[in-house]
Write a protein that binds this ligand. Structure first.
Ligand SMILES: NC(=O)c1ccc[n+]([C@@H]2O[C@H](COP(=O)([O-])OP(=O)(O)OC[C@H]3O[C@@H](n4cnc5c(N)ncnc54)[C@H](OP(=O)(O)O)[C@@H]3O)[C@@H](O)[C@H]2O)c1
Length: 248
């Protein structure tokens, strides 16, 4: 049994990660800025970090300023690593994204820089492909229009619980540097993923594949965010849609 701090424990990934680690028998602390959180802390200001890290063996770092494309992520990761060094150097497992070193997308550049900080600390990085929830959010947004625009790229969506399961293994194995990438069980065309969502909500709207401009989307079209050699064998998109209460 390890004492584990999960940053981002209120997030899309952090919630199943914290639940999975607790189910494995670990003593799990979740870090959150929210008032009233058991381990309240802010990675950007550094408030609460020393207390949250006291006695911790492992940190699973899932927090990210996702709404602002990672704007504060470098400062946050630096503060976390500094506080971890003061707390006796617990093992750190960081979650990144497949292709951050091959796709010139601003958020990915920040993730890559954070990976370098984690590597210099001696931690582990797991790169995962896009979460089912992320694809669902995109489909839901696009599905509001009479014509549903979908990027003409392939995606390899993965369930957060499958990422959580891999993170649980990495907590025990303490793999140095980068672990093998992790992708979902199937590579699918985004317009087909969106079709699955529209069928699920009973919408017959027409889908229009769109070619987005720029170097980043060219890299996405080339599949630089995919890892077909590392499929999770876990939950497929159709199973996710079938088992999720899907609102419009
Ligand atoms: N979305 C994808 O498809 C995908 C794919 C591969 C990897 N990833 C990576 O997976 C990770 C988790 O993504 P997600 O979608 O679960 O994110 P999310 O739902 O947006 O959650 C972000 C979390 O970060 C926490 N956070 C943000 N700023 C913080 C701060 N200053 N101090 C403390 N906590 C802070 C938030 O906690 P509070 O608001 O409670 O403080 C929240 O729990 C990210 O690193 C992302 O890059 C995402």
């Amino acid at each position: 049994m390890k004492r584990i701090l999960v940053t981002g424990s209120t997030g899309t990934l952090g919630r199943p990660v914290a639940a999975h680690l607790a189910a494995l028998g670990h003593d799990v602390r979740g870090l959150s800025r929210r008032p009233g959180a058991a381990h309240q802390g802010d990675l950007v200001t550094g408030a609460g970090l020393d207390a949250a890290l006291t006695g911790v063996d492992t940190v699973v770092h899932c927090a990210s300023d996702t709404r602002r494309q990672g704007r504060t992520d470098i400062a946050a990761t630096r503060n976390l690593l500094d506080a971890a060094a003061r707390a006796g150097h617990p093992h750190i497992v960081f979650v990144s994204i497949v292709g951050v070193d091959r796709i010139p997308y601003p958020y990915y550049r920040i993730k890559l820089e954070a990976e370098r900080l984690i590597e210099a600390y001696g931690g582990t990085t797991l790169r995962a492909t896009q979460f089912h929830d992320f694809v669902l959010a995109g489909a839901r947004l696009a599905g509001r229009l009479p014509l549903v625009f979908a990027p003409d790229v392939q995606v390899q969506p993965i369930a957060t619980r499958d990422v959580a399961a891999r993170l649980g293994e990495l907590v025990d194995q303490q793999v140095p540097g980068r672990a093998d990438d992790l992708g979902g069980p199937e590579v699918l065309f985004a317009p087909d993923l969106f079709r699955g969502y529209l069928d699920r909500i009973g919408s017959r709207r027409r889908i229009v594949p769109v070619r987005l401009p720029g170097a980043a989307f060219r890299a996405f079209r080339q599949g630089e965010h995919l890892t077909p050699a590392h499929r999770s064998g876990g939950e497929r998109w159709s199973d996710f849609l079938g088992g999720t209460p899907v609102e419009r």
